[in-house]
Design a protein around this ligand. Structure first.
Ligand code: CP
Ligand code: NVA
Length: 306
């Protein structure tokens, strides 16, 4: 334990393929109770956006490890009054052992990390959601007993969750296809990064055609059509994204053993139907539960433990 001691996790691409496998193995051991490490450290949470799962699962994980959590909502610190991030970073660095941060800009995370020596974890930015994908891969591994060689298809907005899925699948040896409307496809830089990691061994593709993409999928994944900070665009996006809804018809094109994942929160009747999210192929509640085990593994690995 402690293999990633002192590092930051700002992107899933900060991990090597072996490091990702070790984290997933540790997450499984933590979930089963095979290992029960102790880590009496202090985790800070600086979240510029709302959160249920990430905030609570990080907190529960840290308490179970014997540590403490400080919920440093920016609205109750001097951050809301304009204290510069570079000052806040150097101060919090002196009180905390590790910090999970949810931002709009990835640049804010990078700035924070460059001014703080403690590990900084990306708890979601507009660019990536690496902690989510650790739990997603744990859930896929539990469902199929393997990761390599499976095909994950993400249908919807090609932003933060899609970006981390592309990187995570490439690292873990899954084929990954993103089906998104033409103006909402993943950033070319992230596609290139994932393709470089896959290095021709697995598929990393982007399309606008959801039905073609879903054929043969073992994992069908979606996320909201308007992310946090984009609420004003929600109504205009609905007709654009309607063909990308994960419903019973789209699911029928996937492998018959396929599972359905959603990072949550979900908007039933928009990106996913009630029938699919509540249906027999849905694994979303196990997926949400795994957030705690995957992040506990991350905390243990970044902090070390007894
Ligand atoms: N999936 C996820 O990150 O959920 P929260 O926004 O509730 O943390
Ligand atoms: N794409 C979503 C994910 C929420 C967990 C958002 O950024 O709001």
């Amino acid at each position: 334990m402690g293999a990633l001691k002192g590092r930051d996790l700002l992107s899933l691409a900060d991990l090597s393929a072996d490091e990702l496998q070790e984290l997933l193995h540790l997450a499984a051991q933590l979930k089963s109770g095979e290992v029960t490490p102790k880590c009496q450290k202090i985790l800070g949470l600086v979240f510029y956006k709302a959160s249920t799962r990430t905030r609570v699962s990080f907190s529960a994980a840290m308490y179970q490890l014997g540590g403490q959590v400080l919920d440093l909502n920016p609205s109750v610190t001097q951050v809301s009054r304009g204290e510069p991030i570079v000052d806040t970073a150097r101060v919090l660095d002196r009180y905390l052992d590790i910090l999970a941060m949810r931002t709009f800009e990835q640049r804010d995370l990078e700035t924070f990390a460059s001014y703080a020596k403690i590990p900084i974890i990306n708890a979601l930015s507009d660019l990536e959601h690496p902690c989510q994908v650790l739990a997603d891969l744990q859930t896929v591994q539990e469902s199929f007993g393997t990761l390599a060689g499976l095909t994950l298809v993400y249908v919807g907005d090609g932003n933060n969750v899609a970006h981390s899925l592309m990187l995570g699948c490439a690292l873990a040896g899954l084929n990954v296809r993103i089906a998104a409307p033409p103006d909402y496809q993943p950033l070319a830089t992230i596609v290139a990064q994932a393709q470089a990691i896959a290095n021709g061994r697995t598929e990393v593709t982007v399309t606008a055609d959801p039905i073609t993409a879903v054929k043969g999928a073992h994992v069908l994944y979606t996320d909201v059509w308007a992310s946090m900070g984009q609420e004003d665009l929600a109504a205009t996006r609905i007709p654009i994204f309607q063909p990308y809804q994960v419903n019973e018809t789209l699911l029928s094109y996937a492998d018959k053993e396929a599972i359905v994942l959603h990072c949550l929160p979900a908007h039933r009747g928009e990106e996913i139907t009630d029938g699919v999210i509540e249906g027999a192929q849905s694994r979303v509640w196990d997926q949400a539960g795994n957030r705690m085990h995957a992040q506990k593994a991350l905390l243990v690995s970044l902090l070390g433990a007894e």
